[in-house]
Write a protein that binds this ligand. Structure first.
Ligand SMILES: [Zn+2]
Ligand SMILES: [Zn+2]
Length: 374
């Protein structure tokens, strides 16, 4: 009798999952270097009791996604849905999820964290033993109509009613990255002279959040004059174009030969890291934010006696609750980083714009799921 019941239950389960499998959604899928498609995929389902399914409202494209598309991130498999940023509505919760319920609006963190392992206990969510940066990397991501978020209680943040949800997409990755890896690790202090190398979305996020600490001078360095002009509007005090100017000489002139207190590297190539080494002053901090694919020269012959600190970090997103409060209190306006809008089903076009950021004057592109009317 018991066996019969069990068989029935298993059969029912099979029927149920067969029905569920019929449900599909649209998503941006990576098919190997240079190949991507907006195509039909099975709608994600709860796999573990700590999962939730989120219906995406708004998402964006990250510089890291472009690296994936080029094939620079070989662990990303053919068939993977890309994207690690976004806001959405909880559609379904696993039985062990206690912080969220269906219908809640949530901010998705680019970092998934269990909150329980030894790294999570130290606040190092980026190295969570059952998470870290997995979204749109090792598991399917947010450039889709729906996404499964593991360890939802610790990896999602509730969005307060009336918040500017589009602006909050900037808090999935770039704001905490610029702040934690650049500003906090760089130990920016009141009255400091800081230099930010790279005026892309991450460099600009560092520029916005560095101002929490009132540095006296913020030097923005980039080869694109348009991006430098944007930085001026965001509070940079000095703009330097490293394709046309001798930036090292200009900074040494500006600082009476001392160099800067903090140099934030927000590009990820050897030349920009070595520029940070050339402009750092005694007692200074070089905070690396860029994703590096090549080794760089460490000039210990000039740095050994300078009392400097070099830091590296993958964003932990532990500052996200604080950043949410500052955005809601209008102390930080991350919506300034958004330059282009698309529908989610125009994602290929959005990639095209983001890939030609200089020509298109693009910073962050927002894609809205127009199937969200409920
Ligand atoms: Zn990112
Ligand atoms: Zn963990």
């Amino acid at each position: 009798m018991e066996t019969l019941m069990q068989q029935k239950t298993e059969k029912e389960t099979l029927d149920e999952s067969a029905n569920l499998n019929i449900k599909t959604m649209k998503a941006l899928v990576y098919h190997g270097p240079g190949k991507k498609a907006w195509e039909e995929k099975p709608k994600p389902q709860i796999k573990v009791a700590t999962d939730v399914i989120v219906k995406i409202l708004k998402t964006t494209i990250c510089g890291t996604d472009l690296h994936i598309m080029k094939g620079d991130v070989p662990e990303v498999e053919d068939g993977r849905i890309i994207g690690h940023e976004g806001v959405g509505i909880i559609e379904e919760t696993g039985s062990a999820v206690s912080n969220f319920k269906p219908g809640d609006h949530v901010l998705i963190s680019c970092i998934t964290s269990c909150g329980k392992c030894s790294y999570c206990k130290k606040g190092m969510y980026s190295h969570c033993e059952d998470g870290g940066w997995i979204l749109g990397h090792l598991i399917d991501g947010t450039q889709a109509e729906y996404v499964r978020i593991p360890h939802a209680d610790n990896s999602l943040y509730p969005i307060p009613a009336g918040a500017d949800e589009e602006a909050l997409v900037m808090l999935s990755d770039i704001l905490p990255t610029g702040f934690e890896c650049g500003v906090l690790n760089g130990q920016v202090k009141p009255g400091d002279t800081i230099a930010i190398v790279g005026s892309g979305p991450i460099g600009l996020a560092a520029l916005l959040t560095a101002q929490f600490f009132s540095p006296a001078e913020i030097i923005m360095i980039d080869p694109d004059d348009n991006r430098l002009n944007v930085a001026k509007g965001f509070g940079a005090t000095h703009l330097m174009n490293n394709s046309t100017e001798d930036v090292v000489k200009k900074i040494m002139d500006l600082t009476s030969g001392r160099g800067v207190d903090t140099a934030i590297e927000a590009v990820g190539i050897p030349a920009t890291f070595e520029l940070c080494e050339a402009i750092i002053g005694p007692g200074g901090h070089i905070a690396n934010v860029g994703v590096h694919g090549k080794s760089v020269n460490l000039h210990l012959e000039t740095l050994w006696s300078k009392n400097i600190t070099i830091t590296t970090r993958l964003v932990d997103t532990t500052s996200t609750p604080m950043l949410l409060k500052t955005v809601n209190a209008n102390k930080l306006q991350p919506s300034k980083l958004i330059t282009h809008h698309f529908r989610l089903d125009q994602v290929i076009e959005a990639y095209d714009t983001f890939e030609h950021a200089a020509k298109e004057k693009a910073l962050k592109v927002i894609m809205t799921n127009t199937n969200d009317v409920e």
